[in-house]
Design a protein around this ligand. Sequence first.
Ligand code: F3S
Length: 649
Amino acid sequence: MGQTLTEKILDDHLVEGELTPGEEIGIEIDQTLTQDTTGTMVWLQFEALGLEDVQTELAAQYCDHQTYQFDFKNTDDHRFLRSAAGKFGAHFSRPGNGICHNVHKENFAAPGKTLLGSDSHTPTPGGLGQLAIGAGGLDIAVAMGGGPYYVEMPEVVNVRLEGELEGWASAKDVILEMLRRLSVKGGVGKVFEYTGPGVESLTVPERTTITNMGTELGATSSIFPTDEQTKDYLERVGRPEDFEKLEPDADAEYADEITIDLGELEPLIATPSMPDNVVPVREVEGERVEQVMIGSCTNGSYEDILPGAKMLKGREVAKHTEMIVAPASKQSAEILARQGWTAELMAAGVNFSEATCGACIGIGHVPASDSVSLRTFNRNFEGRSGIEDDSVYLCSPEVATAAAIKGEIVDPRDLAEELGDLEPPGIELPESYDGSDADLISPDESIDDELIKGPNIGDVPLKDSLDETVGGETILKMEDNITTDHIIPATADILMYRSNIEKLSEFTLSRIDDTFADRALEADGGVLVAGENYGQGSSREHAALCPMYLGIEAVFAQSFARIHRANLFNFGIVPLTIDEETYAKIEQGDDIVVVDDIGGGVRDGSEEFTCRVNDDWEFTAELHASERERDILAAGGKLSWTKQQATGG
Ligand code: F3S
């Protein structure tokens, strides 16, 4: 039987296990990527593991989430990251140089290689045939030390593209259509492999918009085959030698197949406040818009900004609307500036931000209260923009720009008819991506050989091995689809403590209940209860690390998001699955104790544990874990486990 492209790359990198869906496999990692919010902890963990140098072919450290240097804390973190990259042998991208996925795509992404990144949108370079997976920071630290990455072998789903995009439909509409059909849970345990005759019409930047936002489906990764488009892109970024022809076998078998006719797509939009609330733009036309933003790792590249610039040439942004362009990479910004497009946009009333994640996580450009913001980003979780009652819509650059011109949500087809001289701008790549690389420091160029730790850099907390008993008060009962943004908000005033767990943990779950941290400490630990898809969203391991620091011993949920589930194991918190009936019956404040010897059960491979509530009633919770995950839990987390492995303990 033939292989899918995903299976081929995994096969080439397989060090443990078999490619059977659902089974745990260990794979060799070629490249790693870390960003500043997750990176400080990664390097502290790398140091704590006693490792000398990065062992992967390539490691890159970016500064993109918290680039604004409000006070010494972020600046200290950036300096620490630069020193760690220099000391241990990674590339360092300075703050303002761009978003990790975009800078990585332009400089390092290569077909056929594996990439592990401590950011949930790591799958972005799947658009170039790279198998890229997001993971928790500790997994990255271990991979940088040469250890395999363990993941459940995903099901590979064939997304067959037919036809070609027409008129005002864009790559963003392809992935919004996927979200419309499958929802934010539709990709869990899956890799989406794009095939079919429609693939060849999509440029690499269009493909990476699709693979980037596959994360919103909950997918392990998304990938395209390589072809003339890939070759062309790699030539333009000055790395033709990285091209490799990759495609699935003709008789490859997929777990499922989805067909999308590109020619039938129309402009779509995700309405507040979930990326899968997708409707045709025409359904929400007329809504007054006060802010429009083009940027983020999804649609912030040269090819995403240029369409807006073309549409705005000779026009102006509506008077009650603010339009901001946040380039995803400084290289993109530099090319646009050299070509004169930056001046055109400025003349139309557009403001520019530095190349940063920024507004995507509520850092800067927070919308006005009770107002609509239209963004080309990938997430619109409630409150993520920096204001609780936000109203954020997600759309393509073309739809965003049309709204900026009209001052309200409008399908660009209707605006074009109204204006009479507005044409679909199409996608255009620059002749060459030959921008300055002054902000990208290679290991050879580094001047650092010692770690520089400022006062905001704390220690990595460690947990003891798993107790015989686990349980305690239900400190918080939560609903479905709790995101890592709910658990540890990513706003500037909070994330500046990312390297100081004692301080950061004060903000744990504060968006749901601002007494949570105090109550958890007072109760001397306890448990959490949640509905479906607990921990979706970012890869932020602080969302497990801080609850661990506060003494949370177990999370009872109906289901867990993949990366967060792995992070819970990594920090020694037991992720137990419960059914809907049990979830409904448990109340906040209930005392839940796992009756069975959990330490022993975890080690013995037990899958079911009896739990007692208030000494009154019982339920059964399930532990779905591989042998390795059980060993990690028993050791009190991955750091302790990895150290034990290294010392043979
Ligand atoms: Fe940054 Fe937002 Fe992407 S935080 S990495 S631009 S999802």
